[in-house]
Design a binder for this molecule. Structure first.
Ligand code: PBG
Length: 324
């Protein structure tokens, strides 16, 4: 054939493919979620997330050192509190001696160089399992934003580096920014879950934290999976309100959104490969239907290709322990 272009020339060998590769994943890209539960000496595998554990704080500290030594430098903290501590306003979320606040202080001592981020939303503290305050069956926006702001300040007082509001209330990024600045925490950053969709792929996470909504679903605050353009509106608002990093969530089913967000964002963009995505890969691999390492690497690479600067993923340690 008389071809002027032969793209296969650049695929001839492994070295050559590496030479021309457009994207790379490294451990420096990862945010590693941690599930922390009350008690001591507890390490429980999450049944819908094989290979992933929730731990009491003492064992979390040990694990954090392993992560740090593996190059995982950024941790995103989630807590599971006892049901008896839950109420409609999430009062426990503001307890200066609550599990999250304790965890931040203890991790800052154990792994001072690691970047700590905390989840800011009411669901782990809500008797209704919703991300906000419930009134007459509705999740009310503005009163919720007040609590989220106080929660963010409380995490800042404990020493967190970034707060990560995952609730999708309107105006919360601006309110949190003002609250942090007003209390002198202008150095504490905000990683905003800007485009967080109402997704079935959070199922295993809700198992892990026992935080499934007690009634209804989250579709009046999390985004409709039918909408792409709306994500750009959410992201623009969050950047205007002071977000330092914006995030799209879930990951693989929303790569189109990620790529569009990257086009318009003036701040770093994160993707969250959520619990259900982890579970799908683990489950298929356990059946021998896909190669686990290859599936992990390919999925992570796809986030970089779509434009992610950072990736929140449960595969951080698996990745760090692979040869690649
Ligand atoms: C809580 C929160 C959720 C996740 C992160 N923060 C669940 C939800 O919104 O119901 C999901 C993470 C995952 O599935 O990996 N606001």
């Amino acid at each position: 054939m008389n071809l002027t272009e032969r793209p296969r020339r650049l695929r001839k060998s492994g070295f050559l493919r590496e030479l021309v590769a457009e994207h790379r994943v490294t451990v420096n890209d990862f945010i590693t979620p941690l599930f922390i539960t009350e008690g001591r000496g507890i390490e429980v595998e999450i049944s819908s997330m094989p290979g992933y554990f929730k731990r009491s704080l003492d064992l979390t500290l040990e694990h954090a050192k392993i992560l740090r030594d593996s190059g995982l430098k950024c941790l995103l903290l989630f807590v599971q509190v006892d049901d008896g501590l839950k109420d409609n306003t999430g009062a426990e979320a503001l307890n200066p001696d609550g599990l999250m606040q304790e965890a931040v202080r203890a991790l800052k001592r154990a792994v001072p160089d690691v970047i700590l981020m905390t989840d800011v939303a009411l669901d782990p503290f809500s008797s209704f399992g919703h991300d906000g305050i419930v009134r007459e069956g509705e999740i009310v926006n503005d009163p919720t934003v007040e609590v989220l702001t106080a929660m963010a300040i409380s995490h800042a007082q404990a020493g967190v580096d970034f707060v990560a509001p995952s609730d999708m209330m309107d105006g919360r990024v601006g309110a949190i920014r003002a609250g942090l600045d007003g209390t002198g925490f202008y150095d504490v950053g905000i990683l905003s879950y800007s485009a967080k969709y109402a997704s079935c792929f959070y199922g295993p996470f809700r198992d892990a934290l026992d935080s499934a909504p007690g009634f209804g679903d989250k579709r009046t605050y999390q985004m409709d999976p039918a909408n792409g353009r709306e994500a750009l509106r959410e992201v623009s608002l969050d950047i205007e309100e002071g977000a330092d990093i914006v995030m799209v969530k879930p990951g693989l089913p929303y790569l189109d959104v990620l790529s569009e967000v990257k086009e318009i964002s003036s701040v770093p963009v994160a993707a969250y490969q959520v619990s259900g995505e982890y579970a799908m890969i683990k489950a298929a691999a356990a059946q021998g239907w896909v190669n686990e390492e290859a599936a992990i690497l390919e999925s992570l690479l796809s986030f970089k290709r779509a434009g992610a600067d950072l990736i929140a993923t449960y595969f951080g340690l698996d990745f760090a322990q692979m040869e690649h």
